[in-house]
Design a protein around this ligand. Structure first.
Ligand SMILES: *Cc1c(COP(=O)(O)O)cnc(C)c1O
Length: 395
């Protein structure tokens, strides 16, 4: 049995999305900037896709800017807020310890360019405290950026409350909603956000396309210079089929959101219950305030990479955390932010489910993971020390 349980890394496109994109590639070949018929047809489908994405977010079409993905949207949002802040003498930026690297590395760069960055803690449950945001905001704060849901541990952040706080303080509020969009309800007005990042391939759309919502009146500077596409904010001929696919995938995901949420959380809870029976195992991130399909565990005495390879041999595609972090031997910055010791943070396993997964797959995963953990502990010198009492259990 082949099981795909890595939907936070990327999702499979549905047949409907592929069909629509194929049709678009076959028939809508014009450049949306061209004044002739084929160009205008492309401009029309682009406008329709923009309208669709806007409606799904509770925004205006003029507030949607298409990008090459979530990373670009994050970079552009943060750099724009930082630059506009700097022009007013505001050079303080607030974010959290568990952001995606697209946010954290952009902030790191800005630190080198004279900005001061405060990264808020998330505590053991992986959730940012509204009071901490409030305490961190200063006269010279230009931006608060807090992700809507985390990509590793799936924790859902109090965006609406943080947004209200930022609005009151007159600080630009950005949220990376790449993991949240299409999985939990998003409404830019209710959430009090000024900017919001999306990525198509995390909700059944194509890779290499995303969007940035920017509330009217907020500054947006371009990262890429050239033509006047995206109202002069993002040069380059638009990825028309990608954008069309994104709008369709987002629409399908939102349409089925409640149904999928209920179904996926059922699978998730069964998987959590099954894996919790493994001794010295720990669920990472809040049990309740987490994405419907997210399961993240640490198993003491186990190397995450070894576990992944064993599971891969059994046909189970899982992850040890963020796709960008795996492959390196650094423990995840998210797990470290929860206060886990390095040796435990190394032994993590992330399983992210979708509506395509089945309960039988959950049962197979519980059985295979339990077996693999037992096997790896059997050959682990660390586990032997723990068993002999030469080392203390931390889980
Ligand atoms: C995947 C992801 C991104 C990056 O999106 P890309 O479209 O792959 O560039 C950013 N933030 C979060 C939370 C993500 O999960």
């Amino acid at each position: 049995m082949k099981i795909y349980a890595d939907h936070a890394a990327t999702t499979k496109m549905s047949k409907a999305v592929i069909a629509l994109m194929t049709e678009c590639m076959e028939n809508i070949y014009g450049n949306p900037s061209s004044l002739h018929g084929p160009g205008q047809r492309a401009a029309e489908v682009l406008a329709q896709a923009r309208e669709k994405v806007a409606v799904l977010l509770g925004a205006e079409p003029g507030e949607i800017f298409f990008t090459s993905g979530g990373s670009e949207a994050d970079n552009q949002a943060i750099r724009s807020a930082a630059l506009s802040g700097k022009r007013k003498g505001k050079t303080h930026l607030i974010s959290t310890e568990i952001e995606h690297h697209a946010v954290l590395h952009t902030l790191k760069k800005l630190e080198g360019e004279g900005f001061e960055v405060t990264l808020l803690p998330v505590y053991e449950d992986g959730i940012v405290r509204v009071e901490d945001v409030k305490a961190a905001i200063r006269e010279d704060t230009a931006l608060v950026s807090v992700m809507a849901a985390n990509n590793e541990i799936g924790t859902i952040q109090p965006i609406k409350e943080i947004g209200a706080l930022c609005r009151e303080a007159g600080v630009i509020f950005h949220t990376d909603a790449v993991q949240a969009a299409g999985h939990i309800r998003i409404d830019v007005t209710k959430m009090n956000v000024d900017m919001l990042s999306l990525s198509a391939h995390k909700f059944g759309g194509p890779k290499g396309v995303g969007a940035l919502y920017v509330k009217k009146g907020n500054p947006l500077f371009s990262l890429i210079e050239g033509g006047a596409q995206e109202r002069g904010r993002r040069a380059g001929t638009e990825n028309v089929p990608g954008i069309v696919g994104m709008a369709e995938a987002f629409s399908l995901a939102v349409e089925k959101l409640e149904e999928h949420k209920a179904y996926e959380s059922g699978l998730r809870d069964a998987l959590i219950a099954g894996l919790s029976k493994i001794p010295h195992a720990r669920l990472n991130g809040d049990r309740i305030r987490r994405l419907p399909g997210n399961v993240n565990f640490c198993f003491e005495g186990i190397e995450g990479e070894a576990l992944l390879l064993l599971l891969n041999e059994k046909g189970i595609a899982a992850s040890s955390g963020s796709a960008c972090a795996s492959g390196s031997l650094n423990p995840s910055h998210v797990l470290l932010a929860l206060g886990l010791p390095h040796e435990v943070a190394h032994g993590s396993l992330r399983l992210t489910l979708s509506a395509e997964n089945r309960m039988e797959e959950v049962e197979v995963m519980i059985k295979e993971i339990t077996g693999a953990v037992e096997y790896l502990r059997g050959i682990s010198p660390v586990w032997e020390e723990l068993e002999k009492g030469e080392r203390d259990h931390v889980i």
